[in-house]
Design a protein around this ligand. Structure first.
Ligand code: SF4
Ligand code: SF4
Length: 140
């Protein structure tokens, strides 16, 4: 199967499977992802929390020399139980996960498989795909 058709198949499975899974019963991505955030997102959430950017950055962010910013805790600071306490202000990386709508899944197979045993959406999409495509184990 070529890359375009694989993307289509994965997207279709994700569309069918995701509504059957309640992320608020899970929260596993929030317990294991390193979340990248940008300045706009930090501005939005710090304003929502009533904190200055300096205070927000000090509490929640780690900054790399390249300017890259990530949340400084795993699980995420904002996870309460299995739910996001700042859902309306969560970051793009959180909204995108597991990113089955993003093209070229073939280039993200490693990172997708990293979450295979944590994310029920990924697990079910890949397991269904394996059956649909009749994947077979090939020994060397
Ligand atoms: S901001 Fe919310 S959705 Fe994003 S990782 Fe944290 S708890 Fe999860
Ligand atoms: S790990 Fe997957 S199923 Fe669980 S909350 Fe995250 S996206 Fe939803």
């Amino acid at each position: 199967m070529d890359s375009v058709n694989l993307d289509k198949a994965v997207f279709a499975l994700s569309e069918a499977i995701s509504p059957q899974i309640n992320c608020t019963d899970c929260g596993n991505c929030c317990k294991s992802l390193m979340v990248n955030i940008n300045n706009q997102e930090a501005d939005n959430l710090s304003a929502h929390l009533g904190q200055s950017r300096a205070e927000f950055d000090e509490k929640y962010l780690e900054k790399g020399e390249s300017g890259r910013m990530v949340l400084n805790a795993i699980p995420c600071h904002f996870l309460v139980g299995n739910s996001c306490s700042v859902y309306e202000h969560r970051f793009e990386g959180c909204k995108e996960f597991p990113a089955f709508h993003v093209k070229e899944i073939k280039k993200r197979l490693f990172t997708t498989y990293m979450h295979y045993d944590r994310c029920p959406i990924i697990f079910n999409v890949l397991e269904t795909l394996k059956k649909d495509l009749e994947w077979q184990y090939v020994s060397e």
